[in-house]
Design a protein around this ligand. Structure first.
Ligand code: C5P
Length: 232
C-alpha cells in the first residue's frame, strides 16, 4: 500500500510522514531529501545549474543512498547539511530541471516496489504514484508554517529572522507551484488537512484512522493497480 503526503514547505510533512510510517510499520520516503542532496552536490562541485542536461548526467552519476531517513552522499551522512537554508535557496535549480526530476521519479518508483510506504513531497500523489491507495495534502497557513520552520532552525542553532524565513518560504512556494513539471498541487482524490492548531500527534492520529479505514475497505483489495502513471 502506498500513502502519499504532499504539501507546501513547512507544513510538517516530514515529521508527520515519519511518525505515520513508524505507527503503521511502513517504509518512509522523504523525497525532498533527494532534491536537497542533488542541490548540495551541485553547490559543493560548483555545477553550472543552467546547463540542465549536464546537471542531469551528473545527477545520474551521484553516489546517493537513502536508508531509514539517513541520506548518504558519496558515502558521507549529509542528513543535516541538506537542511541548510543555502541549499533551500538553491534547490529550484535542480527541482525545476526535467532531467533531474525524471531520474528521481524513476528512483522513487523503483524504491517503492514491493514496499508498504509513506512517501512525502510535492508530486507524490499527482505524478509519481497517481494510483496510490491513500493521498493526503497537508498544509497550514503561511504564518504558521514559517513559525514552525523558524523554531526548527532555532533548535538547530541557526539564528534567522522570522521575516526572512517567511520570505524564503513564500518564494519557494511560488516556484514549487509554478514549475512546469512536478508542480505542487493537490491531487483531485487527495484529502486536504490544514494543521493549524493541531499537534503532530493529532495529525498522525487522524491519518492513521484514514489509512486504516482504506485498508479495511473492500476497494483496498489491490484493484487500484500501480500502473498507468499520468506523467505531467
Ligand atoms: O520537502 P522539502 O522542503 O525538503 O523539499 C525541498 C524542495 O525540494 C522543495 O521546495 C521542492 O522545490 C523540491 N521537491 C520537489 N519535489 C518533491 C520533493 C521536493 O520538487 N517531490
Amino acid at each position: 500500500m502506498i500513502v502519499t503526503i504532499d504539501g507546501p514547505a513547512g507544513a510538517g510533512k516530514s515529521s508527520v510522514a515519519k511518525k505515520l510510517a513508524s505507527q503503521l510499520s511502513f517504509f518512509f520516503l522523504d523525497t525532498g531529501a533527494m532534491y536537497r542532496s542533488v542541490a548540495l552536490a551541485g553547490l559543493r562541485r560548483d555545477w553550472d545549474f543552467h546547463d540542465q542536461a549536464t546537471v542531469g548526467r551528473s545527477t545520474q552519476a551521484l553516489k546517493y543512498q537513502y536508508q531509514d531517513a539517513i541520506v548518504l552522499l558519496d558515502g558521507g551522512d549529509v542528513s543535516q547539511e541538506i537542511r541548510d537554508p543555502e541549499v533551500s535557496r538553491n534547490i529550484h535549480h535542480v527541482a525545476d530541471n526535467p532531467f533531474v526530476r525524471d531520474i528521481l521519479v524513476q528512483w522513487q518508483r523503483q524504491w517503492a516496489v514491493g514496499k508498504d510506504l509513506v512517501t512525502e513531497g510535492r508530486d507524490q500523489g499527482t505524478v509519481v504514484f497517481p494510483n496510490a491507495e491513500c493521498k493526503i495534502f497537508l498544509t497550514a497557513t503561511d504564518a504558521e508554517r514559517a513559525r514552525r520552520r523558524w523554531l526548527e532552525l532555532k533548535d538547530a542553532g541557526q539564528a534567522f529572522q522570522l521575516e526572512q524565513v517567511l520570505h524564503d518560504q513564500t518564494e519557494r512556494d511560488r516556484r514549487d507551484r509554478e514549475r512546469k513539471v512536478g508542480a505542487l498541487r493537490q491531487a483531485s482524490d487527495a484529502v486536504e488537512i490544514i494543521s493549524d492548531g493541531m499537534s503532530c500527534e493529532e495529525v498522525v492520529a487522524q491519518l492513521t484512522q484514514m489509512v486504516n479505514a482504506v485498508r479495511q475497505s473492500p476497494a483496498a483489495d489491490g484493484s487500484k493497480q500501480r500502473s498507468g502513471f499520468d506523467e505531467q
